[in-house]
Design a protein around this ligand. Structure first.
Ligand code: TRP
Length: 425
């Protein structure tokens, strides 16, 4: 097994929402020419193939994301997260060669079913297994390809829980007290059902990301604050534990390079006006699994009849015709967004409006329902095939977690060395 060499590179600036390959390529070359704080991993094992000049160094960048397996996945999860992952995966499956820098940049994707996060709210143990497997099957049905991306279950990689504890101890309480999602969820739940885990949830999320040195994390806008927290934790950890000769000595003794333990991750937020899917019963609230009213969301696995019915019942307004972006008409914007997102080929807002803008709600609703059904149908068919072949599904998850474990346990070990723990004999 070849040694992993960590190459420090520059950390990038503010969060960006651009997914274009050109931009990323530019970002990579910009970062490689400036200061030396960002970690990239380079392995001798995946050295350049024969067609590439031998002097090319392989640099691995990682994308990591996850969705909670609570209940069934809905259109918001699919359009706002999973479909983005598929785009990333398909855009980036070929390595990018940066000849100037002599680099071959390989992107690896890790998509995880965050079952440990799913127990931060009261959960039903009889449902967790099915919802976890169903989520994984849906990732695959939606287009995540195990040949290009690793899919795994968070709890199958013990390093997530363990790093989470280490980071719990390195994170000030008041950083967590500021988390909007915590304030929101805890104020809705009764005091007795707010577990400590709900409070420390963002630290587990930071551990998910940091274990893989993931530099890009595609998430919805609502997760921006959690990503900022993860970045703050990296900086604090680096300040506390990656400094000075004593740190270098500990690394040397442990036989690991003395680079910073973690990489600062960057959020890749769905662009404003992108597929941010709101509730069907209130266009100002995000479509959510935790909302008790199932009619507020379209689940990816809802049968056509249910979809038609939910669209029929969904909230509308008194206006005539449809329009985007009128603050008094959140439902109109939301339903047009959904309609646009499920088109077989991308259409501009103008094209969408020319097609349906003049319609009354009564005319638009069946058109919208048909478009959603047509979009989801092939996913549902693939889902059934995959979910019925549990041997295959479990094989994919095993391969995913084996690969994840290998990387995660190395980072966990570095974190423990940095913090000064005794090495296990
Ligand atoms: N908190 C995220 C959400 O609710 C899910 C999540 C957990 C996640 N761990 C993650 C997302 C790591 C990205 C990376 O959407």
């Amino acid at each position: 097994m070849a040694a992993i060499s960590l190459l420090a590179m520059a950390s990038k600036g503010p969060l960006v929402a651009s997914f274009s390959l050109a931009t990323r390529r530019a970002a990579v070359s910009a970062s490689s020419s400036t200061s030396m704080t960002k970690l990239f991993m380079s392995t001798d094992t995946d050295a350049a193939p024969s067609e590439a000049p031998p002097q090319l160094k392989t640099r691995t960048r990682r994308i990591l994301s996850g969705v909670q397996p609570t209940g069934s996945l809905h259109l918001g999860n699919y359009l706002g997260a999973i479909r983005q992952w598929v785009n990333f995966q398909d855009e980036e499956c070929e390595p990018v060669i940066d000849e100037e820098k002599g680099l071959k940049i390989v992107t690896e994707n890790y998509f995880c079913v965050v079952d440990l996060h799913a127990i931060t709210m009261p959960h039903d143990p009889t449902e967790l297994e099915e919802s976890t497997l169903a989520s994984a099957a849906l990732y695959l049905a939606a287009g995540i390809d195990p040949a290009k991306s690793k899919v795994f279950v968070q709890s199958h990689v013990p390093a997530h829980s363990e790093l989470s504890w280490l980071l719990n101890c390195a994170t000030p309480m008041n950083w967590l007290e500021r988390m909007i999602q915590y304030k929101d969820k805890s104020s809705k739940a009764g005091a007795e059902s707010v577990g400590v885990g709900l409070f420390t949830y963002p630290i587990l999320m930071a551990a998910d990301i940091l274990l893989y040195q993931a530099d890009r994390v595609p998430v919805g806008e609502d997760q921006r604050q959690h990503l900022e927290l993860a970045r703050d934790i990296v900086r604090r950890f680096t300040d506390l534990y990656n400094k000075g000769g004593a740190f270098k000595k500990r690394c040397k003794k442990a036989g690991i390079p003395s680079f910073n333990t973690f990489t600062e991750p960057e959020a890749m937020i769905v662009k404003e006006g992108g597929a941010r899917v709101m509730s069907l019963s209130d266009g100002t609230n995000k479509m959510s699994k935790s909302e008790p009213n199932d009619n507020s969301r379209i689940n990816v696995l809802d049968p056509p009849k249910v979809i038609r019915n939910k669209i029929k019942k969904c909230k509308t307004d008194e206006f005539v015709g449809l329009e985007w972006g009128n603050p008094d008409r959140p439902e109109s914007t939301n339903l047009l967004t959904i309609y646009s997102a499920v088109q077989p080929k991308p259409k501009t807002k103008e094209e969408i409006l020319a097609e349906v803008g003049h319609m009354s709600w009564g005319e638009f609703k069946p058109v919208l329902a048909d478009a959603i059904i047509a979009h989801l149908e092939p996913i549902q068919t693939r889902y059934k095939e995959i979910r019925e072949d549990e041997t295959y599904l479990k094989e994919v998850l095993k391969e995913g977690s084996d690969s994840a474990n290998e990387i995660a346990s190395k980072t966990l070990n570095s974190a423990k060395v940095a913090m000064g723990f005794v090495a296990r004999a």
